[in-house]
Structure formats: structure tokens, C-alpha cells
Write a new protein. Structure first.
Length: 171
């Protein structure tokens, strides 16, 4: 929804040396259509079906990869099987200001079909915030520092998560 998932995923990929894929890019490529066009021509339920197909493909085909996904991806049934779920959290105001003040602000807002009206976007934000809090393994506060600080924050939380998990043979 504009928090910077794709931007951060690319930054983290450079830092970690791990490949990054974007589910929206995969869907656009597979269907030769922009997300905005898919929403317009086929509707949101159809797009969510494509996201689930994409999640299924990732689960069966991809390993050790950073996956940047659309804001509604929390709805896919197998999200927890895909790996560690990292939620990039920020206030609605921070996200909206980020989009409005971007050098290509019109383009950034126009490519988000669910962000057309501020009131509706805020309502959607509240729903998604609640849902992401249920599925996230790690929460990163995007308002606390620049991208390098957030990368450090993620590395620290990943180490903490890894050290808290018991090896399979001890279960």
C-alpha cells in the first residue's frame, strides 16, 4: 500500500546477496498486464486468485529468496509456508506523505487502484494493519531510521528469531 516493500526488498537484496522477486511483477509478467489493468478488467477477486496461484508457485519452486508482495498478499492461504513473514509497518500518514512527496507522486498513487480515495485507503489500511499483525513473524517500524537502519533492524530480528527456534531433532 505504499510503505516501500519493493524498495526495501531491493535494498535488502543488495545488502544480503539474496535474490529478490516481487509477486506483482510475477503476476504482471505471467498475464502480460499491469496490476491496475487486471483490477479494472477482471476485478479484485480475480487478482486475489492470481496472488494465490503465485503463492502456490513460490511455495513449490522458490527457496532462500526475498519475496516482496502486494499489500493484500496476507490473504493467501499458504503465506506462513513461504517463509518468514516480515511486516513493514508505518502509520497511514507516513505512507500517504511518502507517496504524495515522491518525485513521481502521480505515478505512484495512480498505480495503486485501492488508493484512489484517501478515506477508503485509510479504511483499507486499518484492516490490513490488523491482518498483518496476525501473520507477521517480524515487524519493522519503517519510520525509525533510513533504509540502512531498517536493514540492521531486520538482521537483528532475524538472528533473534533464528536463535529462538529449536532444531527439528530436539522437538
Amino acid at each position: 500500500m505504499g510503505v516501500g516493500k519493493g524498495t526495501f526488498a531491493r535494498e535488502y537484496a543488495v545488502h544480503s546477496g539474496i535474490f529478490n522477486i516481487d509477486t506483482d511483477d510475477l503476476i504482471e509478467s505471467a498475464h502480460n498486464m499491469h496490476i491496475k489493468t487486471i483490477f479494472k478488467k477482471k476485478g479484485e477477486p480475480y487478482f486475489r486468485k492470481l496472488e494465490q496461484e503465485c503463492a502456490n508457485w513460490i511455495e513449490n519452486s522458490i527457496d532462500h529468496t526475498i519475496i516482496s508482495c502486494g499489500g493484500g498478499f496476507y490473504k493467501v492461504q499458504n503465506i506462513k509456508q513461504l517463509g518468514t513473514v516480515v511486516w513493514l509497518d508505518a502509520s497511514f500518514e507516513w505512507i500517504y506523505d511518502r507517496l504524495k512527496n515522491a518525485p513521481n507522486a502521480k505515478k505512484k498513487i495512480a498505480k495503486r487502484p485501492l488508493f484512489k480515495r484517501e478515506y477508503e485507503a485509510k479504511k483499507l489500511y486499518k484492516v490490513r494493519k490488523k491482518e498483518y499483525s496476525k501473520v507477521a513473524d517480524i515487524v519493522l517500524d519503517m519510520e525509525k531510521g533510513d533504509s540502512k537502519d531498517i536493514v540492521k533492524q531486520l538482521n537483528k530480528k532475524l538472528r533473534m528469531l533464528k536463535s529462538s527456534q529449536k532444531p527439528l531433532e530436539t522437538l
